[in-house]
Design a protein. Sequence first.
Length: 77
Amino acid sequence: MSGNEIWLESLITKTPQEGRELAIKMSRKSIAAIQTDPEVRKNLRKDYAEDTKQLIASANVIAIEFQTIAAANNYWR
């Protein structure tokens, strides 16, 4: 991921569904920023793909991102 790439222009979304999709994207981008080698990320997938605890941890990261987005969108009121 390029340091100059702007992929997050706003947390504002039209719907909660779009907000959830953005939360997933944000989570993925965070992992890519931490582990910059795509081959390493690909190889690590097998370690967590069937590990319930790691999958739940991933879902928690998405939930936290979604909380942030929901608050920015005034909970779509």
